[in-house]
Design a protein around this ligand. Sequence first.
Ligand code: UDP
Ligand code: MG
Length: 310
Amino acid sequence: MSKLVSVIIPCYNEEENISNLYNELIEKLNKSVSYEFLFVDDGSKDKTTNEVQTLGEEDKRVKLIDFSRNFGKEAAMLAGLDYAAGDAAVIIDADLQMPVATINDLIKLWQEGNKLVLTYKTRRKKGLKSKLATKYYDVFNNISDTQIQNDALDFQIMDREVINTICSMRERTRFFKGITGYIGYDFKIIPVDISERTAGESSFSSSKTLFSYAFKSIALYSDLPLKFSIIIGGITAFISFLYLIFIVFNTLINGIGVPGYASTLAIMMFLFSIVLIILGVMGYYISLIYNEVKQRPNYIVNETKNIEEE
Ligand code: UDP
Ligand code: MG
């Protein structure tokens, strides 16, 4: 019997892309293995579900997991892995930015015995954004024990063993690249040319989202910001102490001088803002903990199609 590969496709408002992607998959995928196509509809507000349902009528390999609301791409990828029946699983975006034919290369490398094959995007122009991205990967890898690959994509193939390992990690605030790095399996990594999105809208393009994503991922895999708060606190306490000694002696020697209003205010404002920054960092970690201890499910499924319950 030929091996089964699950193709997992997280979809959020991708009605214009579903049938095109499906056609590409049918046309380009190598027939040496069999496939299931797991479309995870992450609470789309358009006709994504209907599009997948229609395909599923004709082709039983097209499976649908429909979320009750938008839980985010991380949750959608996890759901795909949870429901995947394959000997291996590939994750690919619905927007046709990733070349479908590369799945064949991934499968080939998997068949050669690689349990995990990752991809990274090739960058043609080295603009500011690409420099910032490189800096981000440097910072992440420097301050975290978990290592992630520069410009890695979520587009990857995982053996059943890796799928099971990833599915056993149920943390609520997820960062897929971090998990892939954390589990520590040997991997191969290949470059991929990413094309522009032709239909629909990107959910991650604004710089605000990217920055909050960057900070979140770092907080998830490193406690250095917390330690850093202690260091900043220590340094300012030391400087304040020196200044305190100076003031005491100055007062003893020169008597009480009235001037000093501006410097007092400046120092107070400086120290207070440092305290606030530290509180903010701590608060951020607490919110991550809070999110975890609630023990809520990672996602809620509204309906499925072509999936047999086990
Ligand atoms: N996506 C999702 N849930 C979301 C946002 C995005 O499942 O809340 C899917 C989206 O449909 C696409 C993939 O994740 O298949 C990548 O999203 P997008 O193209 O917006 O990201 P970008 O390519 O700009 O990084
Ligand atoms: Mg995209």
